[in-house]
Write a protein that binds this ligand. Sequence first.
Ligand code: PLZ
Length: 452
Amino acid sequence: MTLIDETITTPLGGPGLPQVRRIVTALPGPRSAEILARKSDAVAAGVAHSMPVSVVAAGGGVVVDADGNSLIDLGSGIAVTSVGNAHPKVAAAIAAQAAQFTHTCFMVSPYESYVDVAEALNRLTPGDFAKKSALFNSGAEAVENAIKIARKHTGRPAVVAFDHGYHGRTNLTMALTAKAMPYKSGFGPFAPEVYRVPGSYPLRDGLTGPEAAARAITLIEKQIGADNLAAVIIEPIQGEGGFIVPADGFLGAIVDWCRANGVVFIADEVQTGFARTGAMFASEIFGIEPDMITTAKGIAAGLPLAGVTGRADIMDAAHPGGLGGTYGGNPVACAAAVAAIDAFENEGLVERAQQIGSILRTRLDSLKASDPRIGEVRGHGAMVAAEFVDPATGAPDAALTGAVAKAAIAEGVIVLTCGTFGNVIRFLPPLSIGDELLNEGLDVIAAALKRS
Ligand code: PLZ
């Protein structure tokens, strides 16, 4: 089967996959079904999947499966392929680097692309102060290292995370993550000295930003004590928890309190980073300058790479040899990141995220106007969600959410759900998707909602 058509150029380049939704079999088709049957025999049951397909190609706004079905991608592999899958410059950079060398271990014999990525992170993250960075393999590993560094810097043990927060699946990051199922149940005991406080969820708590911050700060002062606290970690817009946008003034008040009390404020921008929210980093939207920022996902267009960037004095608190790992800042991943960051900066992707956001908001707001089961449409840029509720009580409606997502998936639209209550459909299209395809994906979802 030839998939690539050389005459086709996707909006941001990428393989010439026809930018259409085309369903030629029931999902999964026979070839995908065969592979998924082998998956269920060979792969641990805990590693589940939401889309019943086996992928052979992806680019622009589509994902193509082994049976020739062409699906609309509204998930970007969970906010990762923001520059588009197989972006030509990224693919070329990966191939060139792989032909030169694939690994030395940066702790053994360093190379330039790691330094390039660190410099780019120091330059692009908010805050006009001296910064340094360190690179790792995954978002969870970046979060673990941010906490390590904050503890070393402050000499204090405790860490505060928030209701609805998500920070990963390793032991410490499971402790930081709020939701039990599917992330934590049965996997404890969890790392100690992690405390959870309520954040800001305007739809459900009805508090202003300053009120929500005061509530959190009182709990922190009374139950933990600032003198014991190394770091506060929060996603500027909570991702897995439901695309929760905090009320105005909430984040700023928390940052101010941290600064006044010698506590390191860590923004986990693993999901919100790199143009996703219509700003290079979501912290900019809220006017905050975090002491430390964790990044991953979009940074390297799908290669495993993550970063911790922060104030130089904090980042240098860890002794030489105290940070690292065999693969952290792998040269192929760094080459991909250099090319992806170039695309973010020079291919108008911040603006493209804003345009995608305005299409998503317009369409979803008009759906909400005629369907009271949509309790709220929220988000920034190309990170937008709809929360489904029982119109009579406002109670979360996970069943409706699941039904709409399932129907959209069956019709070839890759859509993700999220939320503590499982009642949120989130939209995270690649920034390389065209308007037509995006609108078609939304048509499918609107029709599915109408029928559900
Ligand atoms: N911090 C804010 O969103 C990853 C989770 C997918 P890793 N989110 C997707 C899943 O179900 O495992 C995430 C995040 C935020 C940290 C992480 C963790 O990043 O690269 O998955 O470790």
